[in-house]
Design a protein around this ligand. Structure first.
Ligand SMILES: [Cu+2]
Length: 250
């Protein structure tokens, strides 16, 4: 289920900080692969991207974009909120995507540890829900070579510190927080995207879960961690320090 369509909805240029211009492309389309990171604009305008809202909740990536809209092969207004036979919980089907470059004080992608997630390294996240299942993929490049990173979807948007992203998104919420109970803190109830980079510093983490995000309670970011995620009782879900964060309009 991966149509070749590339329906570019919104391209947003984000301004930069330490490293100079950072370009981010946020879009939503019913299908397609991650686009190459754009460099459409050379003017470092400071904008808020669709995928970088300052409040929690579902940031409806396609409707609040402030960037340039490119012509798309397919009508985009009706795009990601297709409501097919949705799951019992009412999670909507759809497709979300973001590509961004990490900077030290940037949105939507921010690194808190430039040693392990260098300024200028790239990240892309896609999330696709249909028929009661959700597939999320994290792609990175420019990271440390042959390195193990932990990664998960978190409940809140990224902020000045790694803690701002809040806890892991859990489909069934553990009444005990922080959640370290493997019954809840596991890869079937959370979005785990651990990856190991290749010799070039590129890597992919992907997961498929048997649910859709509830319409009123969705993750808002992906956090990269220091090491792969523990599954042990008492430390389940732990992947060490929060190295970087990208806000994602799931
Ligand atoms: Cu995490």
């Amino acid at each position: 289920m991966r149509p070749s369509l590339r329906s570019l909805l919104a391209a947003v240029t984000v301004a930069a900080c330490a490293s100079g211009l950072v370009t981010a492309t946020a879009l939503a389309s019913p299908g397609g692969l991650i686009p190459s990171l754009g460099s459409g604009s050379s003017s470092p305008a400071r904008t808020t991207t669709a995928a970088a809202p300052t409040t929690a909740g579902h940031p409806a990536g396609h409707s609040t974009s402030t960037g340039t809209s490119t012509t798309a092969a397919r009508p985009t207004t009706a795009a990601p909120r297709t409501t097919q036979a949705s799951s019992a919980e009412g999670g909507d089907d759809g497709y979300r995507q973001i590509s961004a470059v990490f900077g030290t004080n940037t949105s939507p992608a921010r690194t808190y540890n430039a040693q392990e997630v260098p300024v200028g390294s790239k990240v892309a996240v896609t999330s696709s829900s249909a028929d009661g299942t959700t597939v999320v993929t994290l792609e990175v490049s420019g990271m440390l070579p042959n390195h193990m990173y932990g990664a998960h979807a978190h409940t809140k948007v990224c902020g000045a510190t790694g803690a701002d992203a809040g806890p892991h998104f859990q489909y069934k919420q553990d009444p005990q927080q922080p959640s370290t109970n493997p019954q809840y803190a596991n890869s079937k109830n959370e979005i785990w995207l651990d990856l190991t980079t290749d010799a070039s510093g590129a890597g992919v983490g992907s997961t498929k879960v048997n649910w859709s995000f509830p319409a009123n309670r969705r993750p808002n970011s992906v956090v990269l961690h220091d090491h792969h995620t523990s599954t042990a009782q008492g430390s389940a879900g732990d992947a060490g320090a929060r190295l970087a964060c990208v806000t994602v309009g799931f």
